[in-house]
Design a protein around this ligand. Structure first.
Ligand SMILES: Nc1ncnc2c1ncn2[C@@H]1O[C@H](COP(=O)(O)OP(=O)(O)OP(=O)(O)O)[C@@H](O)[C@H]1O
Ligand SMILES: [Mg+2]
Length: 226
């Protein structure tokens, strides 16, 4: 593939993020991610990983610099364009919150109700994705009746149900043992093989130590990009 054929889906130019009163969480970050890439984002606790993902999801605004997502400059996004932009992105955040009083099916289905799909289509899609993460036999259970790894897989199913172009995963294997962590990683890899761009923030050396994917490192808000 030539460079001309590589389409950047994420561009960050000179992005800094300051939290009041005095934390510089990111400093002068330049980052280009190509459509279909799988990138690990690593770095010590407090180095800015979650902040970077939150900026991409428009949950925070940069203090300085510009971000383009699939060609759209985030600084010029209007409130009415925001849901459209967010539909391109699936997020699995560190503090993933499942709705405890709703079944596995409902937790995933609720994420599709905003997309305008009708009931029959939602049901089919939700069943498909729950099968996909290996929870077909637990579709009627409630989150408290699941193991930590299973709950993490529901969070992934919820994030990918509307087939986003980009998945932002923040410590998706936190608290999981090695076999469960590998399962979660292989789900992300399968989605990536189908063309989804993935950014996975993690301290988990088991995921990136093999060095087979691009690994970005943050130290005190400064990105060391290979
Ligand atoms: N809402 C906030 N207000 C003020 N400071 C914040 C806020 N969120 C994060 N920070 C600070 O910004 C810095 C980067 O935090 P961030 O959560 O991005 O780090 P991280 O790399 O995700 O860490 P961890 O690995 O522990 O999840 C830290 O110093 C943190 O204390
Ligand atoms: Mg974090």
């Amino acid at each position: 593939m030539t460079n001309l054929n590589k389409i950047a889906i994420i561009n960050m130019e000179g992005v800094s993020k300051r939290y009041l009163p005095d934390t510089l969480a990111l400093y002068d970050v330049h980052l280009h991610i190509t459509k279909g890439e799988f990138v690990f984002l690593t770095g010590p606790s407090g180095s800015g990983k979650t902040t970077l993902l939150r900026l991409l999801f428009c949950a925070e605004k940069p203090s300085v610099g510009e971000i383009w997502l699939d060609g759209m400059a985030l600084s010029s996004i209007t409130p009415s364009q925001l849901p459209y932009l967010r539909r391109k992105i699936g997020v699995v955040f560190q503090d993933f919150k499942l709705l405890e009083r709703h079944s596995v099916f409902e937790n995933v289905a609720l994420s599709l109700e905003v997309t305008g799909l009708t009931g029959g289509h939602i049901e089919k899609r939700v069943k498909q994705i729950i099968e996909r993460v290996g929870l077909g036999d637990k579709i009627k259970r409630f989150p408290p009746q699941l193991s930590e790894g299973e709950r993490q897989r529901v969070a992934i199913a919820r994030a990918v149900a509307n087939r986003p172009q980009i998945i932002l995963a923040d410590e998706p294997t936190g608290n999981l043992d090695r076999p469960r962590a590998k399962e979660v990683l292989s789900i992300l890899e399968e989605l990536n093989a189908e063309g989804t761009t993935i950014i996975c923030a993690t301290h988990d050396e088991r995921l990136y130590e093999r060095g087979y994917k691009r690994t970005l490192r943050l130290y005190d808000g400064i990105l060391n990009s290979p």
